[in-house]
Ligand binder design. Structure first.
Ligand code: OGA
Ligand code: MN
Length: 318
């Protein structure tokens, strides 16, 4: 059966069918899938039949799959070290009532590019649904290449050569965590160009999201105003769509040409989502597999337990 491609927006996002990705694939099919991913930026795969091991194995067609970050002293529910737990469940598989987890979920509702705060950026992310809330607990996606294309030439000229800093702790602060500016200053960050050329398509793409903090060499307020303006531009309705999930469905997004955010759903319901992450460079295995964990250790990131009322207030405002 031939692979079928159903576009979601005219140049961004496509639903793919006609290939069983739970089975080993020949090289021609693998290449076809990589090409589709490069072209569409986000692909949606329904009813994949993938289990945890199959999820990790399929992810490897895109390159080096990294180990999921582990917070020191916080055990993971995931059976494979490559799986990142994007669920609302605790280590025992019950709905997580922990206030800081609820706050983190609030942070995930801001449009972002995964791992932009690391020197080695994430490329493809593969998010597989194991359990979904009744209305599918969506993920939203935004087209950073289309958004770049449509910028006025004067803005493209302005962005040429500019770099920005990205910090995990900054996006947490944006989401309501009580970090001060000075505390964020003291934590690790990464610096990346604000416009990149997407290797798989040769198209230019904006690289700005919730982790983006300051523009290098620019006044802080001016830089932040420009960052906010670019995020608002890139997340207009015409660049954005949502995917609702049923168990077995998977989305693959390319963090180097799209933004995404977790959507709203009724927090009373279980949502079990698991993600693998493929690194940007093909030969990036030279960098320590646990670079993420080292970042948290360097940052002395201590688990934070705000009062329930604090979280309610923060989430009401966002
Ligand atoms: C992620 C993420 C969104 C979602 O796993 O990186 O942002 O809908 N997930 O769970
Ligand atoms: Mn994410």
């Amino acid at each position: 059966m031939a692979i079928e491609v159903k576009p979601i927006l005219p140049r961004f996002g496509a639903e793919i069918s006609g290939v069983d990705i739970s089975q080993p694939l020949d090289e021609a099919t693998r290449q076809q899938i990589r090409d589709l991913q490069d072209e569409w930026g986000v692909t949606v795969w329904r009813d994949t039949g993938l289990d945890d091991a199959g999820h990790v194995a399929f992810s490897r067609i895109f390159g080096h799959v990294e180990l999921a970050p582990r917070h020191p002293g916080k055990p993971s529910r995931m059976p494979e070290p490559e799986l990142f737990d994007a669920s609302n469940l605790d280590i025992h598989g019950n709905i997580n009532q922990d206030p800081s987890t609820r706050l983190a979920a609030g942070g995930n509702r801001l449009f972002h590019s995964d791992s932009s705060f690391m020197d080695v950026r994430a490329a493809q992310a593969l998010l597989l649904c194991h359990e979904a809330p009744p209305h599918g607990g969506p993920t939203w996606f935004a087209d950073s290449r289309g958004a770049y294309d449509d910028l006025p030439q004067a803005m493209k000229d302005r962005l040429e050569g500019l770099e920005a800093t990205h910090s995990y702790f900054w996006s947490r602060r944006r989401a309501g965590y009580p970090y001060t500016e000075e505390e964020v200053d003291a934590k690790p960050s990464a610096t990346h160009p604000m416009v990149l050329t997407h290797a798989g398509s040769g198209r230019k793409s904006l690289y700005v999201g919730a982790h983006t903090r300051d523009i290098v060499g620019m006044d802080r307020d001016e830089g932040r105003a420009l960052i906010d303006e670019l995020i608002a531009h890139a997340t207009q309705d015409k660049y954005v769509f949502a995917v609702h999930y049923r168990p077995g469905d998977m989305t693959i997004w390319d963090n180097l040409c799209s933004l995404h955010r977790g959507g709203e759903y009724d927090a009373e319901h279980r949502r079990d989502m698991r993600r693998t992450t493929v690194r940007e460079q093909a030969n990036s295995s030279a960098i320590a597999d646990d670079h993420y964990t080292s970042m948290f250790v360097t940052a002395k990131d201590t688990p934070f337990s705000p009062a329930e009322e604090t979280v309610d207030k923060v989430l009401e405002k966002s």
